[in-house]
Design a protein around this ligand. Sequence first.
Ligand SMILES: NC(=O)C1=CN([C@@H]2O[C@H](COP(=O)(O)OP(=O)(O)OC[C@H]3O[C@@H](n4cnc5c(N)ncnc54)[C@H](OP(=O)(O)O)[C@@H]3O)[C@@H](O)[C@H]2O)[C@H](O)CC1
Ligand SMILES: [K+]
Length: 443
Amino acid sequence: MRAAEQRAIAAGTSVEALMERAGAALAEAAYCHAGKMPALILCGPGNNGGDGYVAARHLADRGVEVRIAAISEPKSEAAKWARGQWRGEVEALNSSTGPSLLLIDALFGTGLREGLEDALQKQFYRLAADSQMRIACDVPSGVDSDSGVELSSVPGFEMTVTFGALKPAHRLMPSMGKCGRVVLADIGIEASPEWHELGQPVLPALDPGGHKYSRGLVHALAGKMPGAIALSAKAAAYSGAGYVRVSTSRSIDGLPSAIVQTDTAEINDGRIGCLIVGPGMGDIPRVLTLALTSHAPKVIDADAITHLGEPERLRGQDAIITPHQGEFERLFGKLEGSKADRALEAAKRSGAVIVYKGPDTLVASPDGRLGFAPPAPAWLASAGTGDVLAGMIAAMRGRGLEAFEAASAAVWLHGRAAEIAGAQMIADDLAAAIPQALALLND
Ligand SMILES: NC(=O)C1=CN([C@@H]2O[C@H](COP(=O)(O)OP(=O)(O)OC[C@H]3O[C@@H](n4cnc5c(N)ncnc54)[C@H](OP(=O)(O)O)[C@@H]3O)[C@@H](O)[C@H]2O)[C@H](O)CC1
Ligand SMILES: [K+]
């Protein structure tokens, strides 16, 4: 967004014009959400504060009773201009500032360099606690917009109105949990789509003359605890794989009859669309070693990630790996930077597509593309949901999507399947809800 803003300014759009659009959009969203609820707008010294002055004018024009409390006089030229357009009073923000039903936070946005100082933080928290509804301008103040880290702790907001494009902080924890509903306003500038929120996928149409292999053969390698690979296999089948096969030395109970169990590991069968290794593998590293001798695309999950030892072992493999935080650190060590930076660094080092799981799942490609998952239900954090995801990714890859697209599609569908399965779901229900999630794509 910073680059896009600079391009727009170089092309002749003034910061004041952008600020006018941003402030008007903030007012519009606040009015739609809170109607004529009396508002207190907290304004900082920079352009985030400038957006606040503009929003105040637009809300007052709609008949809303608006007060502004500012930390200081505006410092940037555009914010001074916006302040000049406001005909009402500006109170000093201090311990005598009274609360209002609606609080709009325009203290700091993308220009915050460190946490709020204690005295200001105290007033910010008091006014947030004494309001009925809280709306943040661009990001809640205290949040580092690039990393989602809270430089000082941040109260929860019902809504955050942002401009042009989402910032990483809207989709990374802990800040994502504080933003509430995120409203994206168009202010006439466009950021590069290399970093983007994952959207509803477009799956290749099924070939009317196709057969089970052309829809994708997913081959899963069982290990010590076959229940986990059974979940992956089921998820792959429900995700539309044409044929799902599990290599296992002993029969796995409860697998649907459509899933073939075999005691041979035909991993160099040229028809395999995608291999899955890792779920329930346990302490049997030879399962991983075997998988790595296959030329097939593969999803490497769970214990197999830990057993890799070195990310360099993934070089030359057509692999998607799906670590959660602990597995990520065991493989890549403690990398520098935000979760987004770490995901991209890991993809570059390993040459693999990384699905960096968590409440803020990211999909990173070695070519620099980065997808942020939209918010998914908190009840996804339960045993077996990762095994389901691995199966879904393998089905998408087997169906012919490229690695990054396959992982992105599966992550998006996984979140929707969880919403459909509901709060009391277990991982088996999640797998069973995949067809309903896929049905959303036809709407
Ligand atoms: N992206 C766009 O196209 C547009 C975004 N807009 C809005 O502008 C803000 C970003 O504005 P910016 O002026 O760059 O930054 P901030 O308003 O967030 O803050 C900068 C000022 O705050 C001071 N500062 C920073 N940290 C602290 C702190 N911990 N304590 C006290 N003061 C702090 C900083 O002071 P310096 O000494 O560092 O200069 C600045 O005075 C973006 O978020 C959008 O809301 C525009 O509307 C245009 C379009
Ligand atoms: K803010």
